[in-house]
Ligand binder design. Structure first.
Ligand SMILES: C[S@@+](CC[C@H](N)C(=O)[O-])C[C@H]1O[C@@H](n2cnc3c(N)ncnc32)[C@H](O)[C@@H]1O
Length: 196
């Protein structure tokens, strides 16, 4: 990597860092999951990453988010490789029980531009992480962008932090990127790598 590229990523938002980690791992033909579809930007990104032979599974509890995402993917000509489910990510194991998954992306919190009371919650987020871990293929990753500013966010961040701190270290390594000297409680990025 050239010096100017390194500076580029360091100045980006954590959602861009999450995508950077995904890019390092994903290959054409992989199966990936967007656990929080929202406006569909991460789903679109994953659909581009997996290529025509790959598949992306997306989950959201808001039909309006899924409709918007469907339109975005359709306009990009990538809808055929994406399966969208109007369901909680805590049920993702039901849809993917026989799959091995390369990447699961979580961008927690509320839908930007939507109803700010419809947020991800600690219990369902932890259930979803529990469901996602055994599906990961070796060298697969889970990215979690976790917020701390909105009501209920700190509880969710703490729950994710505690849960991920205790997962099997013989199979998974967990990285945490936290900006220590920024005001207003910035988000944190967790990256779980299944190395064995
Ligand atoms: C920060 S937004 C996601 C942004 C999105 N990844 C994008 O690229 O635009 C969080 C989303 O999580 C969704 N959500 C909340 N609880 C959920 C759950 N239990 N299962 C799946 N999605 C959920 C919300 O409806 C919201 O659309």
């Amino acid at each position: 990597m050239k010096d100017n590229e390194r500076i580029e990523i360091l100045s980006q938002r954590l959602v861009t860092w999450a995508k950077w980690f995904v890019k390092q791992q994903v290959a054409c033909g992989d199966i990936c999951v967007d656990a929080t579809v929202g406006n569909g930007f991460d789903t679109l990104f994953l659909a581009e990453c997996v290529g025509p032979e790959g598949k992306v599974y997306g989950f959201d509890i808001q039909q309006s988010a899924l409709d918007k995402t469907k339109k975005l993917l359709s306009e990009a000509g990538l809808l055929d490789r994406v399966y969208l489910f109007h369901d909680s990510h805590s049920n993702l194991g039901t849809y993917l029980s026989h799959s091995t998954v390369k990447v699961v992306m979580f961008n927690l919190g509320y839908l930007p531009g939507g109803d700010h009371s419809l947020i991800t919650k600690p219990e369902t987020t932890i259930q979803a992480l529990k469901a996602a871990l055994p599906l990961l293929t070796t060298d697969g990753i889970i990215t979690v962008v976790s917020y701390r500013g909105h009501r209920g966010a700190m509880e969710e961040y703490n729950a994710v932090n505690v849960f991920l701190s205790e997962i099997n270290s013989k199979k998974y390594r967990v990285f945490c990127i936290d900006i220590l000297n920024q005001d207003n409680l910035p988000p944190v990025l967790f990256v779980v790598h299944r190395y064995r």
